[in-house]
Design a protein around this ligand. Sequence first.
Ligand code: AMP
Length: 280
Amino acid sequence: MIIYKKVIDISVFIESTRRINDSIGFVPTMGALHQGHLSLIEESKKDCNLTVCSIFVNPTQFNDKSDFEKYPVTLEADIALLESVGCDVLFIPTVREIYPDNNIDYYDLGLLEEILEGKYRSGHFQGVCQIVSRLLDVVRPSIVFVGQKDYQQCMVIKKLIQIKGIDASVVICPTKREFTGLAMSSRNVRLSVDGKVAATAIYKSLLFVKESISYLLLNDVKEQVETALFKNGFSQIDYVELCDATSLKPITYWDSTTPIVVLIAATIEGVRLIDNLVIS
Ligand code: AMP
């Protein structure tokens, strides 16, 4: 695996390799890699000639400073994991390399920025667009591989690509889970052993919604989920929302012909977790 730290160096490499490798797969990450990230690399390797991964803990997407400061950094282990799955190129830029000036672009994301994560993490998706936009300009991939775990982010990245008018597609890969059902996340390392067990209440709640939506009222479903989460030790619930799976508009009643997505964001042991399940 070739490791680049400078924009200029990876740009020169990409320029030269594009003549041989017509399909470049790109997996942007913030590091502290786990099997979820590696599944994206594996997917890219199946579909593309060259796979590029980036690791960059992007300060502009953290609305909570302490979340940024506590974000786990495990670079050596990450490099070993990426090599074990045959990743071709790793890009690990510094903040100065990515943001050399104070120019901040604004992206009109419409509803996507007003609801769910957009509502609870003000400015988060602008930060996501800033970093992904810069990385796309450098890597110029044919396909970007993203995880369904961050459902709204997948939609934001699709919208960003549309806004930029670039010729890249987005492949959304399924959420990788622990055997308990807990969605893998870099933030899980901040949970205690008991916290990890209690946190499985999120996935159980998603399954409960799937199972009960056809016979319970929407508000009753949400209320039961909130009660179960609090009972399992969650200290705060930002949302339990059912949305149209395509537009992400919250639904007010369930119509079995339209695919929906159930999204939950809740905090346990000071760690904010998100997860979702598509019901089609
Ligand atoms: P992150 O490092 O958390 O920014 O995530 C980088 C990429 O990995 C994003 O596209 C995430 O959606 C994806 N990802 C994170 N966790 C998982 C998971 N458990 N399963 C699949 N993809 C994931």
